[in-house]
Design a protein around this ligand. Structure first.
Ligand code: AMP
Ligand code: ZN
Length: 476
């Protein structure tokens, strides 16, 4: 057996691309920060979730089992404000949003993670973690009743974000509260309840009185409860490096004395016309909007994977249209490979060579820090070569089979074959009528008329193909 190809990832902790293997050699225990469920996630969030989907599929391709946790943040300031304004409980706000999240996720073919823990289901574990930190002397209760983490009592603070080198500026996520902290940068582990927390069902009993967990604490508690004290891999968008992930590390490592995650991976942002997407600003684009504009999941996946996950990506209608065109070629190729007539006509030795090479090149790219654009280039190169070889109808069934398996192996990761476009009943009736008219014209050898009908069909996106005395049609 040859050595399996080395698998490498860029680790934010070391700022280097490094060889990666799970600690036990078999199962990758992976934590991915999930959505705050007060509004449907926007396409920026989904860029990150697609990067994590690519990650889990590539880890599986490499032969490892994956245990992925994606938390659902269902208690936080924005949710409470929303609920309070609408006279609802936080659960009444979050439940429908969680439902939409899963619908959107399925539409985009993002594989289901093994766990979707809700923060509100892990309050006892969060309290236990704060107790450990208080016992160890790194957390304190302030006069306002909230419990804070004392960052100057944790020597490793700032290691991930390299605060000392000022590489990362403190983002908008830094808590802007006026609580009585020892140090302005200490962050809340447990927040004393306010009247609106009580009113919306966002307060629980604790040794420090009524209150609710801080956002950073939620992730540490759920990650360690479900996956153990040291994870293999922790992912999220780049905006989470500081303070969220820095604070997750501080809390977890101060409590356990063990490394919290061996590797940290961060995806770059999706921008709309150069501006950062945020739920708070107007340029929101959702999966719902994408569906209304008739952009397929395959097209969005192609668009996202065609830029390396560590590079910023601009959302534009032109780019989505180009991706739609690209995946149409993928869909046509998939259909050709699945057609019994293709197997019948057979392939050439060159087809088998192209298939093997496509798998080798695409896998090497994916195993090298998830290089999506190179994997896609390998796939499209293969499609071009394979189409040319198939045109030669070389008679060899094995090479066609080999091409099909190669294509399936690569597409199991990328998943970019578009769903066949469904025709509505009105269109279907019209096409049937037009095809009958065309057949009649051809019967009368009126080829000008039959060509005219073909163009008429094409104008509505209907492509026809005459084969073996039959006319088949499909939508472009
Ligand atoms: P949130 O719901 O804001 O906590 O974000 C959920 C995930 O989406 C996190 O991993 C964020 O880093 C990520 N994220 C937020 N905005 C963007 C964006 N514009 N592009 C890519 N990822 C984003
Ligand atoms: Zn998190």
């Amino acid at each position: 057996m040859p050595e399996p190809t080395q698998f490498r990832l860029y680790n934010t902790l070391t700022r280097r691309v490094e060889p990666f293997t799970p600690a036990d050699g078999r199962t990758v225990r992976m934590y991915t920060c999930g959505p705050t469920v007060y509004n449907p996630a926007h396409l920026g969030n989904f860029r990150t979730f697609l990067f994590e989907d690519l990650m889990r599929r590539v880890l599986a391709l490499r032969g490892w089992a994956v245990q992925q946790v994606m938390n659902l943040t269902d208690v936080d300031d924005k949710i409470i404000t929303r609920a309070h304004g609408q006279g609802k409980t936080i659960t009444e706000v979050t439940e429908p949003v969680i439902e939409v999240f899963h619908q959107d996720r399925e539409y985009l073919r993002i594989e289901r993670a093994e766990f979707y823990p809700k923060a509100t289901d892990f309050i006892p574990q969060m309290i236990a973690l704060v107790e450990r930190l208080v016992e160890r002397g790194v957390a304190y209760q302030a006069e306002d009743g909230s419990v804070y983490f004392a960052i100057d009592r944790f020597p490793g603070y700032g290691r991930l974000s390299r605060l000392d080198t000022r590489e990362v500026k403190s983002g908008a996520r830094v808590l802007q509260d006026d609580y009585s902290k020892e140090n302005a940068q200490d962050f809340a582990l447990w927040k004393a309840a306010k009247p609106e927390d009580e009113a919306t069902g966002a307060a629980w009993d604790s040794p420090w009185g009524r209150g609710r967990p801080g956002w950073h604490l939620e992730c540490s508690a759920m990650a360690m409860d479900i996956l153990g004290e040291t994870l293999d891999l922790h992912c999220g968008g780049i905006d989470l490096i500081f303070p969220h992930h820095e604070d997750e590390i501080a809390q977890s490592e101060a409590a356990t004395g063990k490394p919290f995650s061996r590797v940290w991976c961060h995806g770059a942002f999706l921008l709309t016309e150069g501006a950062k997407m945020a739920k708070r600003v107007g340029n929101v684009s959702s999966v719902q909007g994408l569906r209304e504009e008739k952009f397929s999941a395959a097209a969005l996946r192609h668009f996202v994977f065609n830029t390396h996950y560590r590079k910023e990506l601009n959302l534009s209608a032109e780019a989505l249209e180009a991706s739609t065109e690209a995946v149409r070629r993928v869909g046509d190729f998939a259909q050709r490979l699945g057609d019994p007539a293709t197997l019948e006509a057979g392939g050439t030795p060159e087809l088998a060579i192209a298939a093997d090479e496509a798998v080798r090149v695409a896998e090497a790219a994916l195993f090298d820090d998830l290089n999506g654009p190179e994997a896609l280039a390998a796939l499209f190169n293969f499609i071009r070569r394979a189409n040319a070889e198939l045109d030669r109808k070389g008679g060899d069934r094995d090479s066609v089979e080999r091409a099909r398996l190669a294509f399936e192996r690569i597409d199991r990761v990328l998943d970019i074959v578009p769903d066949p476009v469904q025709a509505d009943a009105e269109l279907e009736g019209w096409v049937t009528e037009r095809l009958a008219a065309r057949a009649a014209a051809r019967q009368e050898r009126n080829f000008a008329e039959s060509d005219r009908i073909r163009d008429e069909l094409l104008a509505r996106g209907v492509v026809i193909e005459d084969a073996a005395g039959q006319t088949r049609w499909k939508l472009r």
